[in-house]
Design a protein around this ligand. Structure first.
Ligand code: FAD
Length: 509
């Protein structure tokens, strides 16, 4: 061989031009390394999903006739770092150069560009052929603007890619978004689509991960693993979503229920983020179905916005803000995560449900991540970097380029408002409106004070009061600060005492 081609665990793009031809002199390399399992404590299912998908991908390549070298977690030759393994394999194959696809993570980008500059084994970087935009495109779009409003970027994407626009570049249906139609709570019907995702037994793989000493948390569920781990399964899941869930996606996008954890979400984030599916094919499949089946525009538009809008946008924020983005801490929040983030044992039913579900399935949908777990974390003042590491570890779809802007920026407002125009926080009323979590909760959603009062209520007012110097002039928070200013001193003091009690007794809340 004269060339190695490295494929990272989130670069399983079968459509990549690398695989269009065959060359005996090229060896494709995939590796399961401690460098990648250990940079944060991961959910067991995340480790299983990535390794199993990598193994399936390697096998597909081999069956198609490509040369592949796959290093398993328990291979004796495995050096557990990418550079050491590449040097070892280069020697083994007599390869003089290597190629790699642009990593989506800063850390790997640094490491591989350094490796590639080694004259012993020079490397070249190629595109992943996955995203709509380049790393710097979002930043250049916003270069002339003061605020990074996602909506502005999204509209330009719609026009640029001719998605749901007419010949005059105007939005189909007369509006760019239908958010006002998309804020319903779920009354219990229609029922969420049956979960027919294929199940696999990964106990052998999991045993080898454990035997190798990799630490993890969460439920491994080796016997009934549901995530699509190869392209065929992912494509089937896409079709299943379009047929059975997409029609209701828009309406119930923000709804939460303890009876139905998936509701009408696509569960495609893992397949998209490891590049088994391309965002283009997902969007095109949805547009085709819209043409053929007259799906509700609010659902179709709402879903497409997540993919061509939010997903590309947060990636642009990531590349613009790295390398220091993870240290952003606008409110100087320092509180450590309570133990129950790792076992779900809190008396707050919303937090217990969202965290237990995350531990069981390595998944929670957007509003659970943003308006339950993230909301509480911000109100109570958890250290945003610790919150970020928790999100990066627990979710099946968590890769830093998408998780970090969502956590540090959108959810914790730790960047001082780069992507959010105000902090995403609420008292109990919002959670009660959008979910059934408050029914049967230990705490009373209506009370602000006393042992039985829902912690969100006092924390909400205390948060705004204690950060008045940073938020008080935000025009979007005018009503909140007006109410605060009208509050009697005694009431405010009582609320702040209750909030302080919660912060000091977090372990038993
Ligand atoms: P659906 O609701 O079906 O949405 C469809 C697709 O749109 C998703 O698969 C995803 O690719 C994309 N999408 C939706 N919202 C976002 C968003 N805010 N940013 C980027 N893409 C989006 N998403 C991740 O993929 N990885 C993460 O690590 C991640 N961390 C998050 C952390 C926090 C604090 C928050 C608030 C959100 C996070 N998200 C993350 C965004 C979103 O919650 C998930 O993409 C979504 O829940 C995945 O489930 P789904 O595929 O069923 O999504």
């Amino acid at each position: 061989a004269d060339q190695l081609r490295l494929i990272l665990g989130d670069q399983l793009n079968r459509q990549h031009s690398w695989f269009a031809g065959f060359d005996e002199k090229i060896v494709y390399v995939l590796m399961e390394v401690r460098q990648e399992t250990d940079y944060v404590l991961h959910h067991a299912q995340k480790i299983i999903a990535i390794f199993a998908a990598m193994r399936a991908f390697a096998q597909e390549l081999q069956e198609a006739g490509h040369r592949v070298h796959y290093l398993k977690i328990d291979d004796l030759q495995n050096q557990h770092g990418i550079p050491l393994n590449m040097q070892m394999l280069a020697q083994m194959y007599g390869a003089e150069k290597f190629a790699y696809q642009a990593p989506d993570e800063w850390r790997l980008d640094q490491q591989l560009s350094q490796l590639a500059s080694d004259p012993q084994l020079p490397g070249v970087m190629v595109d992943t052929e996955h995203f709509y935009t380049s790393r710097a495109e979002v930043a250049s779009f916003f270069s002339q603007r003061k605020q990074w409003l996602m909506e502005a970027f999204y509209r330009s994407m719609r026009v640029q890619h001719h998605i749901l626009v007419d010949e005059k570049k105007q939005p189909i249906g007369g509006a760019w978004n239908f958010d006002h139609d998309n804020r319903k709570s779920w009354p219990g019907l229609p029922w969420e689509p049956a979960d027919n995702r294929p199940r696999y037994d990964h106990s052998t793989l999991w045993d080898s991960v454990v035997a190798a000493g990799v630490k993890s948390f969460g439920e491994p569920q080796a016997e009934q693993f549901r995530w699509p781990l190869n392209r065929n399964d992912a494509l089937q899941q896409l079709q299943h979503f379009i047929q059975y869930a997409l029609p209701n996606f828009g309406e119930f996008q923000d709804a939460m229920s303890s009876k139905a954890w998936r509701l009408f979400h696509s569960m495609l984030s893992f397949a998209l983020n490891v590049k088994m599916l391309s965002p283009r094919e997902v969007v095109n499949a949805v547009l085709d179905a819209y043409q053929e089946q007259q799906l509700p525009l609010a659902s179709v538009e709402g879903f497409i916005r997540q993919i061509i809008g939010w997903r590309e946008y947060v990636r642009g924020v990531y590349w613009h803000r790295m390398p220091h983005y993870e240290d952003a801490n606008y409110f100087a929040h320092q509180q450590a995560l309570p133990e129950w983030f790792w076992n779900g044992e809190t008396k707050m039913r919303c937090m217990a449900t969202a965290i237990s579900q995350s531990l069981q399935h390595a998944h929670a949908h957007h509003i659970q991540r943003l308006m339950v777990i993230g909301n509480f974390s911000l109100l109570v003042g958890l250290d945003p970097k610790a919150v970020h590491q928790w999100y990066l570890g627990i979710y099946i779809d968590a890769f830093e380029w998408v998780e970090l802007p969502n956590t540090i920026g959108m959810s914790q407002y730790a960047d001082g408002g780069h992507l959010a125009t105000k902090p995403y926080v609420s008292s109990a009323a919002y959670i009660d409106r959008m979910s059934d979590y408050c029914k049967g909760c230990h705490y009373n959603k209506k009370l602000r004070l006393g042992e039985d009062a829902c912690p969100f209520n006092a924390l909400y007012w205390d948060f705004h009061h204690r950060h008045e110097n940073l938020l008080g002039r935000n025009p979007r928070l005018g009503i909140v600060y007006k109410q605060l200013r009208q509050m009697k001193d005694d009431d405010l003091i009582a609320l702040k005492e209750r909030a302080r009690y919660i912060q000091l007794h977090l372990h038993k809340i």
